[in-house]
Design a protein around this ligand. Structure first.
Ligand SMILES: *Cc1c(COP(=O)(O)O)cnc(C)c1O
Length: 439
């Protein structure tokens, strides 16, 4: 299968080229030239299959032409070593818990899958140079990518994060690993980290001397695998007799997760409607309501993994719907919430339904309530992270300490190793040029 750029200014790429390259040379995002469909009988049979079987099926449909079945099955098996259960929260509303992976957030799925697929293509292509993955993070992306790529041969990961601006738990998750993971503590804000990464990709000399790629959700190997758990969730609801009239609500930032859901639907998954749940950074809701897209700098909120003012996968959604606003709004609605509304939702759901939401999942739950589903309809929201990942915030909201799962506690015992760097590009560039393969 070939992948075209949303800008349509560079030639179609193979999967291998798209995964190694990340962004298309013309600056667009790669899209598969067609979306394979699963027939109805297969969809109906999902309820009798395991997550692993479902993921393999969907992966084969998408990537089957481009790598051997054995290799793909192994990538799926290694990437998805944990479950994504659906649990009931309140009347007709279910939570898809995506936080049972190593760093307790949904990004584990895409990061682990991409790491293994990229590793496979590097081997197959016989690339002998070190491949450098650059990732800017405000917290969650860095931990998922660092843990996902840990120990993968020929790949070196540089995580750029704003010093003093990520939570201690998040910082530990990417600064204590060592091996092929290098944490760079930038004296600046998240935007400075992102600017450094962008400048690196644009720097001719750096790209001549080093192989650079990105592990953000622009990479097809990171965002497409997220379709797997939509199928698995539907299978679980079907088993419970609740898959009939389904609305799926996705707490959104860069819109990668939502886009994967839209792909799942195009593949034949019977989802009636999607909701993008947002915080105060709601340019996408504004687009849905007005047809105008006005990206702007993000503001800080309690659901900080969704603090995005210019969502990168917006381009993919527009492309999927042929730039037709009316078609987009037929399938997707948007809701945005203030910090006060997020906090009130966490408190209320904990009190009334004994379910502890994290600030991102709270936006998702609340949007399903505000959507006012009819009796017999089912609402499913994606619980994108474990509440303990945002312990300081959640403790403050509920007045009760969240219990830290052992996996998170283990990170707190590690020793922090990071390299402090300024936010000027030349210092960063010189640092990269002195780094050599460690494994
Ligand atoms: C990354 C993230 C999101 C946003 O996902 P996108 O794919 O960028 O829309 C939501 N919640 C949490 C906890 C995240 O880490």
């Amino acid at each position: 299968m070939k992948y075209y750029s949303t800008h349509r200014q560079s030639p179609p790429a193979t999967l291998e080229e798209a995964v190694i390259g990340g962004l298309a040379p013309d600056g667009g995002l790669y899209m598969p030239e067609r979306i394979p469909t699963l027939d109805d009988a297969v969809i109906r049979s999902l309820k009798d299959r395991s997550f692993h079987e479902i993921a393999t099926l969907v992966a084969q449909a998408f990537f089957g032409e481009d790598l051997e079945a054995d290799a793909l099955a192994e990538i799926v098996r290694e990437a998805l070593s944990f479950d994504t259960p659906v649990v009931p929260v309140s009347d007709g509303i279910y939570s898809l818990e995506l936080f049972h992976g190593p760093t307790l957030a949904f990004k584990d799925v895409g990061a682990r899958f991409m790491a293994r697929m990229l590793g496979y293509f590097i081997r197959r292509k016989g690339i002998e140079r070190q491949v450098n993955v650059l990732v800017a993070t405000s917290g969650d992306t860095g931990s998922a990518v660092a843990n996902g790529f840990l120990g993968i041969p020929h790949i070196r990961v540089f995580v750029l994060y704003p010093g003093g601006k990520v939570s201690p738990i998040q910082e530990r998750q990417f600064t204590t690993l060592g091996q092929n993971i290098t944490a760079l503590e930038i004296d600046g804000a998240f935007d400075d980290c992102q600017a450094l990464v962008k400048a690196a990709f644009a720097d001719r000399e750096l790209n001549r001397r080093l192989l650079l790629t990105s592990a953000n959700s622009i990479n097809v190997a990171r965002f497409l695998p997220q379709a797997f758990y939509y199928f698995h969730a539907w299978a679980q609801l079907d088993r419970a007799g609740r898959a009939g009239r389904l609305t799926v609500c996705v707490p959104s930032g860069n819109l990668g997760n939502l886009t994967a859901g839209l792909f799942a639907r195009r593949m034949g998954l019977p989802v009636r409607h999607f909701i993008a749940a947002l915080n105060r950074n709601d340019v996408f809701r504004e687009y849905l309501q007005t047809g105008l897209y006005r990206p702007r700098p993000s503001v800080t909120t309690l659901a900080n993994a969704m603090d995005v003012g210019h969502p990168s996968n917006f381009a993919r959604i527009l492309d999927l719907y042929g730039q037709d606003h009316a078609a987009v709004v037929q399938d997707i609605s948007g809701y945005g919430y203030t910090d006060e509304q997020i906090a009130a939702t966490v408190r209320e759901v904990r009190h009334t339904h004994r379910y502890l939401l994290d600030p991102h999942g709270a936006c998702g739950y609340r949007a399903l309530i505000d959507r006012r589903l009819q009796p017999g309809e089912t609402g499913l929201f994606l619980e994108t992270a474990h509440p303990a990942k945002f312990k300081e915030t959640v403790d403050r909201i509920t007045g009760l300490p969240v219990e830290i799962p052992p996996r998170l506690q283990a990170f707190m015992q590690g020793k922090k190793q990071s390299t402090p760097l300024g936010k000027d590009f030349n210092g960063f560039k010189n640092f990269l040029l002195t780094q050599h393969l460690v494994n």
